[in-house]
Design a protein around this ligand. Structure first.
Ligand code: XIL
Length: 317
């Protein structure tokens, strides 16, 4: 029994985890990650990003991404490939480059085409565009938006579809877990890409959530349906639920019920295809380094002991 077994029994494609290259030398860590009872899918946390794959213009490095691709293949796990076009973790030749519209379009198409072609047939899904929106639903300022305008999004999707027609192409962002201006704008991105004549298959809600602010399963569920009603699938792509540390017993109990609410919401919508947690153990969570004083966000503690959150997810499927 395990999280992935239960997810599949509920009709989902997978329950999965992010991982990163450095962590794979940790033998007990990799052993649990490779156990398909719990994990039927993995996402490389960093090694497919622009700064990792195209550090200098048109010079591509695939070795770290390839290691995670082979790990997944060896374990029989699906792969979510992450991410092609994002304002963050860009090499300086692009973030501080001064390109005109046509040049940046060709740089972006070249990046997308090279990565998607290199991993063609290996990626169940690609996060094609990541975090293009502000909280109020306007487009975020980025080198891509500033130079190309909103068309950078459909152009990226069209290039990805041409390079691997069978990969599921996603728009991925945070704060898309509940209704509001940002979720509405993400739905508009889906419609824009469709009206441009390009393929978009899914919306990914990162779901970097806070204990006690997750909301009910039914509100999460109706928000998922606001995306799936557009004809696309949905996934929780980077789930973690953080709090100030150390967590009290009541905070731990709240965290478990928050994990259960997210799981129930996905379970209840046929086109929610799966849930990925953003690594599985607090030992390798990104939270403490970015949100000072917060953490304990994952279902396994830093000694690989399963928490109440684990059992809550298991039972919610
Ligand atoms: C994070 C990684 O986990 C960290 O190791 C890295 O230092 C920064 O990026 N949204 C995303 C992910 O789409 O790519 C981010 O991953 C977390 C937020």
């Amino acid at each position: 029994d395990g999280l992935n077994i239960r997810a599949k029994a509920a009709g989902k494609l997978y329950f999965g985890s992010a991982t990163d290259n450095g962590e794979l030398n940790d033998v007990p860590y990799t052993k649990t990650l490779s156990n398909t009872s719990d994990f039927g899918q993995i996402t490389p946390g960093n090694s497919m990003k622009w700064d990792a794959t195209e550090k200098s213009r048109n010079v591509f490095s695939y070795a770290n991404g390839d290691s995670i691709v082979s790990l997944a293949a060896g374990n029989g796990q699906l792969l979510r490939c992450h991410t092609l076009v994002w304002h963050s973790q860009l090499p300086s030749w692009i973030s501080s480059g001064d390109f005109d519209n046509a040049t940046l379009v060709s740089i972006m198409r070249n990046h997308v085409t090279n990565l998607v072609t290199h991993w063609k047939g290996k990626c169940y899904a690609w996060d094609v565009v990541n975090e293009a929106l502000n909280e109020d639903g306007t487009y975020r300022t980025s080198v891509f938006y500033n130079t190309i305008g909103p068309a950078f999004i459909p152009i990226a999707f069209a290039a990805a579809a041409a390079a691997d027609p069978s990969a599921k192409l996603y728009y991925n962002d945070y704060n898309l877990e509940s209704a509001g201006a940002k979720s509405k704008a993400a739905a508009n991105i889906v419609k824009q890409v469709q009206s441009y004549g390009a393929k978009i298959d899914g919306v990914g809600a990162q779901a970097h959530l806070i204990v006690g602010s997750v909301g009910s399963a039914s509100s999460l569920q109706s928000n998922i349906q606001s995306f799936t009603s557009l004809g696309v699938e949905f996934a929780y792509t980077e789930l973690d639920i953080r709090s100030t540390t150390p967590m009290s017993d009541s905070t731990k109990a709240q965290q478990a019920s928050d994990y259960a609410a997210v799981t129930t919401a996905c379970k209840n919508v046929a086109k929610c295809v799966g849930i990925t947690i953003w690594d599985y153990t607090d030992k390798y969570s990104w939270i403490p380094s970015v949100f000072a004083g917060q953490g304990e966000a994952l279902p396994w503690d830093l000694n690989f002991v399963k928490k109440a959150a684990y059992t809550a997810i298991l039972n919610a499927w």
